[in-house]
Design a protein. Sequence first.
Length: 158
Amino acid sequence: MKIDRLDAHDRLQEFKKQSLDISECCLDLVNKRPFGDTPFYIFAHARTEDDGVSKRIIWQPRLTRPKPQTNSMLFKGYPGSDLIKMCWMIPAREMWDQYKKGNLTEHSFVCWSIDKFENERALLEQPEDDDLNDDAIDKIYESIGRQAKFEKAGYTLI
């Protein structure tokens, strides 16, 4: 099989650009401070559009760590800083071989995530040391719910 160098270069550039897009999305979400100054998880998962072909990524801020699943990424953001911790990046199962060592799209963190997902899933499920307890999480969610009710009624909290 003959490979066109320019085509391979273009594909590599596009692959590298995706990494920048992920960073920008995470930073944008952290800067919006959905939970104030509280560190939170950013759960990203791909979903197929109604046309059955196109895909989009849903970026979900969470106070609790979700269970790992294929076709998902998990980061932890720290408002007030540009620090974003990568927890896992697990592609769709049919894509796993593309990230192996020696491939154009080789990615060591994705390989680590896949290995942990297959062999030590409990490690990916463990909460971080700085995670909030359930009571603190409930209070934050209650506060967000109260604020949403006030805004829906046309009031503004000061």
